[in-house]
Design a protein around this ligand. Structure first.
Ligand SMILES: C[S@@+](CC[C@H](N)C(=O)[O-])C[C@H]1O[C@@H](n2cnc3c(N)ncnc32)[C@H](O)[C@@H]1O
Length: 364
C-alpha cells in the first residue's frame, strides 16, 4: 500500500470520493485493445522486411528467446498480447502454451495463430498468479513485458518457478524502472479513451520512491456527458491531446491545460462517473528483479540489453552506406546471430532481458 503522504492531491480525492475498486492491467489496459500495436508487433501482422530496423530487432529477440529456452519440448509464454513471442518461436518446439487473463487478448492470439496456420500453440485464459498446471510442466518459460504487469511480480515468478522443470530456463523481457522512466519523482498523465461504448478517463501517476505506477480509470456515462456541452468539448480535446499529455512530467513541462489537473475538473466529472477502478504496479529494476529471482530459487540470473545496441549499429551503418540491400536475403540469419550472441554474452545486470534457471538436471 502506498503511504498517503506519497499520494497526489487528485489521487487522494479520487480515493476518498470515488472509492475506486482494485483492478488489473489485463482488465483496464489489455482487455480494451483490439490489437496491441501495429508496427511494434510487425511480424505478426505483416511479412518481415529487411528495410525495417524493428524487424531485424524482432528476429534477434525471438532468436534470443528461443535460444535461452533451447532443449525444452514444451514452452510456456506468459502474457502473449497478440501472440508474441509464442507465435514467432513455435516452430522450434513441440508445443507452446500461452496464458493471458484477458479474454480479448486470448481471442486475438487464437485468431493470429489461425491466420498464420500455426497449430502447435495453445492459448488459454489464465492468470500467471494462479496457474492450474502441474508442477514441472514446462521445459522453458518466456515472458515479454508481462511479469511486471501483474498484480504481484514475486508471486508470478514463484508460480513460473513451480511449473518449470528442474534445469529449465526462464527468459523474460521487462521494463527496467531504473532506466525506463524519467528521473522525476512523480509525473501525471491524463487522457480519455473514447474507442469503446463509453468514454473512460485515465489518470496516471508515476513515482520513483516508492517505485510505482498507478492508473485510475473513470468509466463515464456517455449520454449524460453529452448533455454538458463544455465537458463534452473537454473530453473531445483530451482524447485528441492524448499523445501530448502522456508522459507529462510534473514540474518540468506545463500541462497543456492546468485546469484539467485540478480537483475541480474531477469534481465536475464525479456525477457522470458510473464506476471507478485502479491498478498499482510495483515495477522492477534489474536489482530488485535479481533479488526476487534469488528469493524464489532461480540461479544464474544474467541480463542483456534488450535493445541489442550492436545490432542497431550494424543496421544503421549498413543503411547509411547503402549496403542494406546486400543483406536482403540473409537478414534473418544475421539477426538471429546477433540475438544468440547477445544471450551468450549476457552478464550480471542491468538490462531489460533476463535469463535465469531453475536448479536441477533437465530431464531426458
Ligand atoms: C505489455 S503486454 C505484452 C504482450 C506481448 N508479450 C508482447 O511483448 O508484445 C502485457 C501482456 O501481459 C498480459 N498480462 C497482464 N497481467 C497478466 C497476468 N496476471 N498473467 C498473465 N498475463 C498477464 C496482458 O494481458 C498482456 O497481454
Amino acid at each position: 500500500m502506498i503511504p498517503r503522504s506519497a499520494r497526489h492531491d487528485i489521487e487522494q480525492w479520487i480515493l476518498s470520493e470515488l472509492k475506486p475498486s482494485r483492478s488489473t492491467t489485463a482488465e483496464i489496459i489489455y482487455e480494451r485493445m483490439e490489437s496491441q500495436s501495429g508496427e511494434q508487433l510487425a511480424v505478426i501482422y505483416e511479412p518481415l522486411d529487411y528495410r525495417k530496423r524493428s524487424h531485424w530487432h524482432d528476429v534477434a529477440i525471438c532468436a534470443a528467446f528461443a535460444h535461452a529456452v533451447r532443449g525444452a519440448r514444451t514452452v510456456l509464454d506468459v502474457g502473449p498480447g497478440d501472440g508474441w513471442p509464442s507465435l514467432r518461436i513455435a516452430d522450434r518446439f513441440d508445443s507452446v502454451v500461452g496464458i493471458d487473463p484477458s479474454p480479448r487478448r486470448v481471442r486475438v492470439q487464437k485468431e493470429n495463430a489461425e491466420r498464420l496456420g500455426i497449430t502447435n500453440v495453445e492459448f488459454l485464459e489464465m492468470d500467471v498468479d494462479a496457474m492450474t498446471f502441474e508442477d514441472a510442466s514446462f521445459g522453458g518459460v518466456t515472458a515479454a513485458s508481462s511479469i511486471e504487469q501483474t498484480d504481484d511480480p514475486e508471486k508470478a515468478l514463484r508460480e513460473v518457478f513451480r511449473v518449470l522443470e528442474p534445469g529449465g530456463a526462464l527468459a523474460m523481457v521487462f521494463e527496467d524502472y531504473a532506466t525506463y522512466f524519467p528521473e522525476s519523482d512523480g509525473d501525471e498523465g491524463l487522457w480519455i479513451d473514447t474507442a469503446g461504448e463509453e468514454p473512460v478517463l485515465f489518470y496516471q501517476v508515476r513515482a520513483k520512491s516508492p517505485p510505482r505506477e498507478t492508473w485510475y480509470a473513470l468509466f463515464l456515462d456517455g449520454p449524460a456527458l453529452g448533455g454538458d456541452a463544455e465537458l463534452s468539448r473537454i473530453v473531445e480535446s483530451l482524447s485528441q491531446d492524448r499523445q501530448k499529455l502522456e508522459n507529462l512530467e510534473h514540474g518540468h513541462e506545463a500541462p497543456m491545460r492546468p485546469e484539467w489537473f485540478d480537483i475541480g475538473f474531477f469534481e465536475r466529472l464525479a456525477p457522470l462517473t458510473r464506476e471507478a477502478k485502479y491498478f498499482d504496479l510495483g515495477h522492477l529494476t534489474s536489482d530488485t528483479l535479481d533479488a526476487i529471482l534469488g528469493d524464489v530459487g532461480f540461479v544464474d540470473a544474467r541480463h542483456l540489453d534488450y535493445r541489442i545496441p550492436e545490432l542497431r549499429s550494424f543496421f544503421d551503418s549498413a543503411e547509411e552506406s547503402g549496403k542494406l540491400d546486400g543483406f536482403a536475403r540473409s537478414f534473418e540469419s544475421i539477426s538471429e546471430l546477433f540475438g544468440i550472441a547477445a544471450i551468450r554474452r549476457a552478464g550480471f545486470g542491468p538490462g531489460g532481458f533476463v535469463i535465469a534457471r531453475k536448479p536441477g538436471q533437465a530431464g531426458p
